[in-house]
Design a protein around this ligand. Structure first.
Ligand SMILES: [Zn+2]
Ligand SMILES: [Zn+2]
Ligand SMILES: [Zn+2]
Ligand SMILES: [Zn+2]
Length: 275
């Protein structure tokens, strides 16, 4: 288990993990991964031969960056080999670009080149920190650009809406005017149409009547019977309809176009341009 996992569990521990009595925990030994009271630290832990090299930090600093780095340094000395889980890594294989244990050294990596583990660790840590720094320095730029683009988006959207509303307003004005003219035209046309159609009906009826009478008289005249002449003569309608008709002539109703007729519509209505 990595050391950091212990640290999380230790947050809830309230007695010294050495004497298991004192509740005044002041220290944490990173190597032992134990929380200690002042007495256990000064009288036992720091005096014990096996723990003289141990890294001890104050408990309140447990989550600081320095504590984390110290913990990781200790963890480095205990890091398990990815191929031999019982072994800890001792060197860094340059050929394979990975930490290796003593078993690795006498196995697959025998003739490979090595570096000291902590030196490679420091180099890699430095690279990661540098990349993180670079990334962090890029973020304000992205934020600024993002805000700028967001501004452009909303400005252009505002513009677009305004332009659209104006064009629609103009279009509706033109449509309303055209509708008004069409309605005026209708009002003028309808009575004229009714009048002329009425006269047309009446003249057609008159013509049909005359045609019928002409046919009847034609049949009589085509007959070889003298009696037909007498019978037709008895019933004949001698009246000739009045030739007078209502005086109707073409009435001029004209649409007089405005400037639209000769001017380019862009000049009159407007146009959309990039400025
Ligand atoms: Zn204690
Ligand atoms: Zn210790
Ligand atoms: Zn190994
Ligand atoms: Zn190797």
């Amino acid at each position: 288990m990595a050391l950091s996992t212990f640290t999380r569990i230790q947050k809830n521990i309230s007695v010294c993990q050495f004497c298991e009595e004192s509740i005044f925990i002041k220290w944490k030994c990173i190597n032992c991964d134990l929380l200690l009271c002042q007495l256990c630290h000064s009288r036992i832990h720091s005096k014990s031969k096996s723990s003289t090299d141990h890294k001890v930090i104050e408990r309140k600093d447990c989550e600081s960056e320095v504590a984390l780095e110290t913990t990781r340094q200790v963890d480095l000395t205990r890091m398990a080999c990815i191929q031999h889980s019982d072994e800890t890594c001792v060197l860094y294989c340059k050929n394979c670009d990975r930490p290796v244990c003593s078993e690795c050294l006498i196995g697959d990596h025998q003739n490979h080149k090595y570096s000291k583990l902590d030196i490679v660790y420091q180099k890699k840590l430095k690279v990661i920190k540098e990349i993180k720094c670079k990334i962090e320095s890029e973020i304000p730029f992205c934020k600024k650009q993002g805000a700028n683009l967001q501004h452009i988006l909303s400005e252009e959207n505002k513009q677009f809406t305004e332009n659209k509303e104006k064009i629609i307003e103009f279009r509706d004005k033109v449509i309303r005017h055209a509708d008004k003219l069409l309605s005026e035209l209708d009002k003028l046309r309808k009575p004229r149409e009714d009048l002329v159609k009425k006269e047309l009906d009446s003249i057609r009826q008159r013509k049909n009547g005359l045609e019928n009478r002409k046919t009847h008289l034609g049949q009589t005249l085509g007959s070889s019977s003298a009696a037909d002449i007498f019978s037709t003569s008895r019933s004949i309608d001698k009246t000739i309809p009045d030739k007078t008709v209502k005086y109707v002539e073409v009435k001029q109703i004209q649409f007089i176009p405005g400037f639209f007729l000769n001017q380019p519509i862009d000049d009159l209505f407007g146009s959309v341009n990039e400025v």
